[in-house]
Design a protein around this ligand. Structure first.
Ligand code: NAI
Length: 742
């Protein structure tokens, strides 16, 4: 079987091949061989002289005649490669498709660099580089549509190694390699392969350069088979470079020394350190063979990790470790004030912010945040981070005692306290102070307090907690009384949960609020930071969480919002679903925001403080109906279960599910599990099989728990439906009896 395959000719039947500059030399040999292998060939040649002057149709015609004389299929084309569209049109007119493009046409205008005129430079580039671009681009979409294509670029050893008198030519030839490398990447998914050859052969080009005896052994026929193989559909080679001549073929690749890191953490890089490391920079021992840009990025990441972990001056994989020096001096930095800044805005910015944190016209209640003519038009309270953040842009770099590497800065935590609803337009003044600097060993934490004023009124206060990876170890304190601390949620199931799908463009939208870090939009930059995709701004997730709380517990009334604190635990990719779990503890709402798809916590230790009033919970995200009185009662029952749950589990040993209706439709579901563990109450259907399910209206539920309606009577009156083990309902008394007073 394999013997048969090996012997099988590389057939090009039904395929259409364009060879540019096919009137002589190498191109002619390619055209003849392709035709012999069954291809229909477009023989392109302008027919000018070696320097690119003049034109003639006979050059292409002769080769077409040769092919036809042998029984092959060919048509001529006399356009310059600069007219790529016309050449491809010839292929489409004659044969209806284009499968292979061999960019071969070329000229020479040799002269020493000093004598190279603009014309010498431009013409060479126009024929070689621009010509290959024009022809290939004209064929590209046809290849993409048919999901097949093979392309050859013709470079030259003069480009790879340089050659006296060929500055123009070498530059264009190596340009073709760059073009080919990128086309190989862009074409891969369409089965379009692009390879480059650097041939050596006897032709009018080489006749003045190489001795005739040598040239006699360098027939173009000794190059053509490589080109034909690379262009066959069974050849999977892509993005490669070959030197070829005299029947020999070799493949080339890049080689890179291990190199050396020549800077120290938090210090300037100097020419002297480059000089001192020169030998190691240039030492090819244990050299690597990088194949892609990505490898370059991972090398740089390795370098940065290495610098941070060890604070060293070394190469990425081995070398001498030097002492870690931090550029942080707390005594100098703490108390430093940053320049006072002004943030002037119109209605536009609060609306942009509201849209950025997911407010939508789908929710009529959101109109007051996104429609400036709404009679209750307000800023989302967390808009308060925007003027404060604007005040920090670039300012940190000028703070004495904070000589830090800004590529290693992470936004760790955020606290925002709002004293008055923020104006929907105007000018706010912000003033930042370095509140404290902490030494966490693996890094430094910089606490920045920013106070924001409207005229003389303090409207909000932010505390930014910035973590600088690898900048610890300066002998500073680990904690500070200035820290606005995080708080863990209670150890019980959440009282409520709201989820929201972020848009794939959420970060693209949020950044328009003034956070221009490319990490949030540029895939290459994100990859450089070690992320698979651009990530959402932590402050955007915070905005989502804040409005979840505002909706659940404050009826979207911004005057009830006092403060929020979050720790950014994990990144979010735009498009993921944010789930905010909430625990109400008086006016303190603990919250935890997770990415639903991964179950990873992204906002941890977080909470919102509301004004002291008790608010009726609003609609939850399950699409069920809000404003339920039972929503206030169940958490109370849950509290009791926490206190005496174990004892109840022993006495009751059952799982009860409650389906609470409003206007005849299920409005909420709750489960009281007094069978598993030490008992629990949670919102939603039973996670373990329910023994008994009760269905009753919100109003009747309140009547029952307040002792005004006897459950048996409710049952017989059809107000209470019971499914499952009806006998167990007698045990309900144990749970509900304390609520008669409610
Ligand atoms: P050649 O001069 O025999 O063939 C080049 C052909 O291209 C000519 O027939 C010419 O009329 C045609 N041509 C020139 N400008 C054109 C344009 N604007 N539009 C259409 N056709 C045009 O030279 P050779 O040696 O066959 O070269 C083929 C390719 O191989 C060239 O790109 C050359 O730079 C490259 N090359 C050749 C080497 C060799 O040892 N022969 C060494 C390295 C590279």
């Amino acid at each position: 079987m394999s013997a048969t395959l090996a012997a099988a000719p590389l057939c090009f039947d039904g395929q259409v091949v364009l060879v540019t500059g096919a009137g002589g030399g190498l191109g002619r040999a390619y055209a003849l061989l392709f035709a012999e292998q069954g291809a229909s060939v477009i023989v392109n040649d302008l027919g000018g002289d070696l320097k690119g002057e003049g034109k003639s149709s006979s050059t292409a015609d002769k080769v077409v005649e040769e092919i036809r004389a042998k029984g092959g299929k060919a048509v001529p084309n006399y356009d310059s490669v600069e007219e790529g569209e016309k050449i491809i049109q010839t292929a489409l007119d004659a044969y209806g498709r284009i499968d292979v493009v061999v960019n071969n046409a070329g000229i020479l205008r040799d002269c020493s660099f000093a004598r190279t005129s603009d014309w010498d430079w431009d013409l060479i580039h126009r024929v070689h580089l621009r010509g290959s671009f024009k022809v290939t681009r004209a064929a590209w979409n046809h290849m993409r549509n048919q999901k097949y294509g093979r392309i050859i670029m013709t470079a030259s050893s003069s480009g790879l190694y340089g050659n006296f008198g060929q500055a123009n030519y070498s530059a264009a030839k190596l340009g073709l390699l760059g073009l080919s490398n990128t086309l190989a990447i862009e074409g891969q998914k369409y089965n379009i392969h692009c390879n480059t050859i650097a041939p050596t052969a006897d032709s009018r080009m080489t006749q003045t350069v190489l001795p005739q005896e040598f040239l006699d052994a360098l027939k173009p026929e000794f190059v053509a088979p490589l080109v034909v193989w690379l262009c066959h559909e069974s050849c999977q080679e892509n993005g490669s470079l070959f030197e070829v001549g005299a029947g020999w073929i070799g493949k080339l690749r890049w080689e890179r020394t291990l190199g050396a890191i020549v800077r120290q953490k938090n210090q300037q890089m100097t020419p002297e350190t480059v000089r001192d490391n020169w030998e190691r920079i240039c030492d090819f021992d244990n050299a690597t063979k990088p194949k892609s840009n990505r490898e370059m990025i991972s090398t740089l990441q390795e370098v940065l990790n290495n610098l941070n972990e060890r604070g060293v001056s070394t190469n990425p994989t081995s070398g001498t470790i030097q002492t870690n020096t931090s550029g942080i001096n707390p005594a100098e930095a703490v108390g430093q004030k940053m320049p006072r800044t002004e943030y002037t805005y119109t209605n536009l910015q609060p609306i942009l912010y509201a849209l950025g944190v997911g407010m939508t016209t789908r929710d009529p209640d959101h109109l007051k945040f996104i429609f400036e003519r709404n009679e209750e038009f307000f800023c989302v309270p967390t808009f308060g981070v925007i003027p404060a953040q604007a005040s920090m842009n670039g300012a940190l770099a000028s703070v004495p005692g904070l000589n830090i590497d800004f590529t290693k800065v992470l936004h760790g935590e955020q606290y925002l306290e709002v004293y008055k609803p923020l104006p929907t337009s105007g000018t706010l003044k912000s003033e930042g102070t370095i509140a404290d600097v902490l030494d966490k060993g693996s890094g430094a934490v910089i606490l920045i307090d920013v106070h924001t004023y409207n005229e003389r009124d303090l409207v909000c206060y932010n505390q930014f907690s910035i973590f600088v990876v690898g900048a610890g170890g300066f002998g500073g304190k680990r904690t500070s009384d200035k820290v606005k601390a995080t708080m863990n949620p209670p150890n019980r199931p959440p009282d409520a949960m709201i989820s929201d799908v972020t848009s794939v463009d959420q970060a693209a939208l949020y950044r328009l609020n003034g956070d221009w870090n490319p990490l949030h939009i540029d895939p290459n930059f994100a990859a450089f930071g070690g992320f698979k995709k651009p990530i959402l701004h932590g402050l955007c997730s915070m905005g989502f969480a804040a409005r979840h709380v505002l909706k659940q517990y404050a009826n979207n009334d911004v005057t009830k919002f006092k403060a929020i604190k979050v720790r950014f635990a994990k990144p979010v990719i735009p498009g993921q679903t944010l789930e905010t779990e909430m625990w109400k503890d008086g006016n303190l709402i603990h919250l935890k925001t997770k990415v639903k798809e991964t179950n990873e916590v992204v906002l941890a230790g977080a909470y919102v403080v509301l004004e002291e009033t008790v608010y009726k919970p609003k609609t939850n995200d399950t699409g069920m109906r809000g404003e339920l009185q039972s929503d206030l009662v169940f958490p109370e029952i849950g509290r009791r279960i926490r206190d005496v749950g174990k004892e109840m589990v022993r006495k009751v040993n059952a799982v009860f599910q409650w389906d609470i209706t409003k206007d005849g439709k299920t409005a909420a579901q709750w489960t009281i599990d007094l069978k598993n563990g030490s008992g629990e109450l949670y919102k939603g259907t039973a996670r373990h099989q329910a023994d008994t399910t009760f269905t009753l209206s919100d109003e009747d539920f309140i009547q029952v728990v307040s002792g005004k309606l006897n459950p048996q009577k409710a049952f017989f009156a059809g107000k209470l439906k019971i499914m499952g083990n009806i006998m167990l309902s007698q045990k309900l008394e144990i749970i509900l009896k304390d609520y008669a007073k409610l």
